[in-house]
Ligand binder design. Structure first.
Ligand SMILES: Cc1ncc(COP(=O)(O)O)c(C=O)c1O
Length: 466
């Protein structure tokens, strides 16, 4: 009887923390019988409380199997609907490297069949190293967005001459002439005149050619891809579908002039709600996209386009959690929260979107998951009054401190945060581990004062007296 009651209580707490639930992208997270956060990969279990104590905090934990599962599912949905609707175009996934360039993210995605999208010569340099090390299949395709500096274009040319399927995407009028001389496939980005349901302010959009200019491009016999990107974290599936409908008209016009055009790349933007309200799903959107593209092209009497997507956030965000330890508590008078919990890291440094776009985070305890709770706000360890997380002025429920070290986890931190991170007050970045096949790999050690000092020019030479 007691066992039954315990099981029910565990279930209630899991529900309370929204873990073990597909709709919150936490199906791999659970709770041990001691109230500790665990992650499950097949029959392997990783206890995150043990890992936090072993490796120290702040700590990022990467779950490569989550990346692989999410991408596998995405391929599965599109391939299934292509079959069901008799669609004759192909589906391609291009991983936008800007979302997370760490090796532990890029390699598992490539192994699941991801192509790549890069935005700078430096990202392309990583691709070059992989290529030279024969780390990926020759057939992989690399799309090159972003302003084409001379260095960037030369690298594109070099890799094409070595046999890579690498496609520069024209972003602006100044690139047209140079890309026209390119011998391989090329693409062009269009700045759609419609506004999607995102926080992106359309009046500051400066990427791609206008709808008018794109139709006035000189004829290109190697034009293969028409690309657009409506912004990140699109809030509704309607908005994704409206983008496709609108873009299709331009695609059709462009194809009349350039019959080699056969691929529509709809960019990124598939969202994940950190506020954890119910959200649209990849399964339903993929079905609607294929049906819509089929109907539009059948009606227009043109070949079904190949479809490329660059959904970064959706695929990688849930594959990492960031763990902090609470290092002190301060009472708050007259606010939604009763106390500040100060953490041993920084929102401004490690989770920049907290500050930049007022990102909300799914925040849960790593231990004491079944203890009495307190309404708190979280403060980072830098001197900055903006270094805080208050869930938008509301509060976060976390366990009351009981004298034991309290660890907390912020979920869904895999997208963008690492390359945006900084060193305010010279705080160290989180250490980084990856858990896979029952083993743990240390990917980045805690930064020492010396290594951060070096970054700021304190090289330990005589002149610095270090
Ligand atoms: C051209 C392009 N593709 C893809 C992405 C990835 O977007 P998301 O992570 O929102 O899916 C971005 C993000 O800025 C982008 O600029």
């Amino acid at each position: 009887m007691a066992k039954k009651k315990n099981k029910k209580q565990t279930k209630n707490w899991k529900k309370f923390w929204k873990i073990g639930a597909e709709e919150f992208n936490t199906q791999f997270l659970g709770m041990s019988k001691d109230g500790e956060l665990v992650a499950t990969e097949g029959h392997h279990i990783y206890n995150l409380h043990d890992l936090a104590r072993k490796y120290g905090t702040p700590l990022q934990v990467i779950f490569p199997f989550v990346l692989e599962d999410r991408l596998k599912d995405l391929f599965g949905y599109f391939q299934a609907y292509i079959k069901i609707y008799g669609y004759r175009g192909k589906f391609f996934y291009h991983y936008p490297m800007k979302v997370n360039q760490n090796k532990e993210f890029v390699l598992p995605l490539i192994s699941e069949g991801a192509n790549l999208e890069v935005t700078s010569a430096n990202e392309l340099w990583i691709v070059k190293k992989l290529w030279e090390g024969e780390r990926f299949n020759e057939k992989i395709r690399v799309l090159c967005n972003g302003p084409k500096t001379d260095q960037y274009l030369s690298l594109i040319e070099e890799l094409r001459s070595k046999g890579m399927n690498i496609v520069p995407i024209i972003e602006g009028p100044e690139e047209i002439e140079r890309v026209l001389k390119y011998k391989g496939d090329v693409g062009v980005r269009v700045d759609l005149s419609i506004k999607a349901d995102t926080h992106w302010d359309k009046k500051f959009d400066r990427f791609g050619l206008s709808e008018k200019d794109i139709l006035n491009l000189p004829k290109m016999k190697n034009l293969k891809i028409m690309h657009y990107h409506l912004g990140s974290q699109i809030k509704t599936q309607k908005s994704i579908l409206e983008g496709i409908k609108h873009a299709f008209n331009i695609y059709q016009g462009l194809q009349k002039i350039n019959p080699s055009l056969d691929t529509m790349d709809i960019g990124g933007g598939f969202g994940i709600s950190h506020e954890k309200k119910k959200f649209y799903t990849a399964k339903s959107v993929s079905s609607k996209i294929i049906r819509l593209l089929k109907n539009l092209s059948d009606k227009a009497g043109i070949k079904h386009p190949n479809l490329a997507v660059e959904w970064g956030w959706y695929v990688v965000d849930p594959a990492q959690v960031t763990i902090y330890k609470v290092i002190s508590k301060k009472y708050i008078d007259k606010a939604n929260a009763r106390a500040w919990y100060v953490i041993d890291g920084s929102f401004m440094n490690d989770l920049k979107d907290t500050w930049a776009i007022h990102q909300k985070w799914h925040t849960i305890p790593v231990n004491n998951m079944t203890s009495p709770l307190k309404r708190v706000w979280l403060a980072g360890s830098s001197c900055d009054s903006d270094d805080k997380y208050t869930a938008g002025g509301d509060y976060i429920l976390l366990p009351k401190l009981n004298g034991e070290d309290q660890y907390i986890a912020l979920l869904d931190t895999g997208a963008y945060q690492d390359s945006l991170s900084s060193h305010h007050c010279l705080l160290s970045l989180p250490a980084k581990i990856a858990v896979k096949d029952g083993a743990t790999k240390l990917v980045r050690k805690h930064e020492s004062a010396e290594s951060i000092g070096k970054f700021f020019g304190w090289n330990g030479d005589k002149e610095n007296r270090l």
